[in-house]
Design a binder for this molecule. Structure first.
Ligand code: PMT
Length: 220
């Protein structure tokens, strides 16, 4: 669309899961496929934005016109995204970043000698919050919030705690929405207190509705 507020804007999108190394052959991760983030990147590019997509390991083709950076861990995702913070108009965190990582990944393969083993985890950096709290006036920060049940209150807390402009709340039910599947039901929470409940849609269409909600914020 010619009149899109995204035309000529620079957008950074994170997508996919992260992998946190336990040893040379094992990792902690989650079920994110990257579909939601890739759909957002594709649609933003179609609307004329300059799109940089920082993604964890996924099995998806790069959308046309999108610049893609592949990473594995949360720390690598932050390292790849941080240099892009400065020049962007909009940051959208669609990645399912692991909140914790093994403190000391072992080189090579851990041998199974003991009957039990303990894994000590430490907190990962929060990429979206790092952007949002350090940004300049005019830069927009949009996040997702994933819960397994209910929880619009948690999404609102994320909006406030991470100082976001908009949060897309979704539920992982293993069947229709959240990770892996081709559809998603988003509830958009605005900083102004607005709540927009979208129906279950293909992720491509959900991405479009999200960008439709962001565009007026970019015009301000
Ligand atoms: O990839 P798909 O299979 O298509 O699934 C889509 C999705 C479910 C992954 C996506 O719609 C989604 O909800 N992404 C965010 C998942 C998540 O980890 O949510 P959260 O509530 O834990 O995180 C809140 C926000 O902070 C997210 O924008 C997240 O990207 C960001 N975050 C979280 C932790 C962290 N260390 N760094 C971050 O940037």
């Amino acid at each position: 669309p010619k009149d899109s507020a995204l035309r000529g804007k620079t957008v950074v999108v994170t997508a996919g899961p992260t992998r946190e190394k336990i040893d040379g052959v094992r990792f902690l991760s989650n079920y994110s496929s990257g579909k939601m983030g890739f759909a957002i990147a594709a649609d933003a590019a179609r609307r004329g934005a300059v799109v940089r997509l920082v993604t964890g390991p996924v099995n998806l083709p790069t959308p046309p016109g999108v610049e893609r950076l592949d990473v594995e861990s949360a720390e690598q995702m932050l390292a790849a995204a941080r240099p892009l913070f400065d020049g962007c108009d909009l940051f959208i965190g669609a990645a399912a970043v692991a909140d914790y990582r093994p403190e000391a990944p072992v080189e090579g393969k851990i041998k199974k000698n003991a009957a039990e083993m303990e894994l000590h985890l430490v907190r990962n950096p929060d990429i979206l919050a790092t952007f949002a709290t350090g940004r300049k006036p005019g830069q927009l920060a949009v996040g997702f919030a994933l819960e397994t049940a209910g929880g619009v209150e948690y999404a609102r807390k994320k909006l406030v705690d991470k100082q976001l402009d908009l949060v897309a709340f979704n539920i992982y039910d293993g069947r229709t929405s959240g990770f892996e599947v081709d559809t998603n039901a988003l509830t958009l929470l605005g900083r102004d207190g607005s709540v927009t409940e979208l129906p279950l849609l293909p992720k491509e269409e959900a991405a479009g509705k999200l960008l439709d909600a962001i565009e007026p914020l970019l015009r301000r």
